[in-house]
Write a protein that binds this ligand. Sequence first.
Ligand code: 1PR
Length: 522
Amino acid sequence: MITVLDYGAGNVRSVINAIETLGYDVKVVSQAQDIESAEKLVFPGVGSFGSMMRILNEKKLVEPLRKYLLANRSFLGICLGMQALFGKSEESPNIEGLGIFPGQSRRFQIQSAVPHIGWNGIHIKQKSSLFNGLSGEENVYFVHSFYVDAEDASVTLTSTDYDIEFVSAVQKGNVMGTQFHPEKSGKVGLKILKNFLSDALPAEMATRSIKTELTKRIIACLDVRANDHGDLIVTKGDQYDVREEGDVRNMGKPVELAQQYYEDGADEITFLNITGFRDFPLEDMPMIEVLKQTSKNVFVPLTIGGGIRDFTDKDGKHYTALDVASEYFRSGADKISIGSDAVTIAEEYIKTGQKTGESALEKISEVYGNQAVVISVDPRRVYVKTENEVPHHVLPTENKGPNGETYCWYQCTIKGGREGRDLDAIALAKACEALGAGEILLNCIDKDGTNSGFDLELINAVRNAVSIPVIASSGAGKVEHFSEVFAKTNAESALAAGIFHRKEVPIQDVKEHLKGKVPVRP
Ligand code: 1PR
């Protein structure tokens, strides 16, 4: 029996699914004595350090945890669950961690995008059964803005390179922690988890000599909505128009397609509920069920977007965007994506320049951490004759307009491109970064579904305006479009939908094409 400590703000479901898929039964801690009686304890920490420690204190779990750990009993802390082993964190300076190992967590102060999101390697620094059966060359999945600065180097189990060499796993006796997410690291992560759960002896392990590198992520995106018969299907827009001969284009079933893309090597899976702006995700919308089913067998990060905003249902019951996001996280999502609501939140913020702490974006980021909050942008090109024709970020463009215009700006839209707003994509991205977004999913209506390649001018303009990672999206038509977007922009990942759904380009062909050009997870 494996005990999992759920303090109510993490995506515990994925950890439980991973442990169960390995053939073990799971007991979720609900009170102190569940810790006392645990044989092996797994602590997945997601969200912000402060809210994690506050909840542990409220539930009176800090002392039982410290007693368990100081007795050198079998423990695996994941992400924040590892950071909790140390002292305080710069994320919440006035709140103490469990203080088992000396040191504290610090925010990355580096040139590369923060959070550190994606697949990176590890340098193994001490013999440990955790890595039995691995070559030491594998990549594992990270999603964090803070890292532990351990004062006692002997607890360092692995390190990883991301502008700096940071501690990516720790171990002292039976107490272990990983900054990366084994439950989201595919088959490699399941092997690491299985090694923790079984009591194997440590095997000899070669240590990697060359620097590790953050790989470019290839993300499969599933636009989901109900068709005219009420069935939830994966559809695909052509410049956001999902209808073909009157019917909603049907590309397949969400859970099956997501499973297929996981097996094909997708580094992440994104579900977008594209009619979320009008129906409400918690009102028997099967998206919750899709997430629960998918997270049972898909062990790479899942992002869910669509309809994440405040809502009052027909009975007058009010739900906040945080309620919707929490339900998605509880159902297996690792990241949530906000589209339309982010535009109206950014418009308010830009008007006053003041953060209220009350917006959905700020609240979700405060509880779950900025690394769990993606902003999905649905911009449309608007051509202008001169640079100062409009009060927006205007770019010179090589793709001339219908009347030979050589300038354009990217107008934000809401409701799936149905309504244009007086806000441009660069202003939106900067405002949302300031409000706590951790990543930008940068679509482009003009390019969507056209197979004509990514909008490189848009991607460069947005990526150069923020210091959080950007996902290039819209327009992929062949493998060369992926090497092109990584060669000509600093996008950390590239997303595609149509070419995968229409089985025109397998994910493995994209990866094969990228090998040797950019770091990529096989
Ligand atoms: O506004 O918070 O409810 O979120 C709605 C979400 O649904 C947003 O993320 C928005 O981008 C998305 N969405 C809304 N309407 C559509 C539509 O297609 N009619 N899909 C839509 C957006 C973007 C990607 C697409 C890429 C790559 N689609 O899903 O896959 O453009 O496509 P390609 O590789 O086929 O070119 P809210």
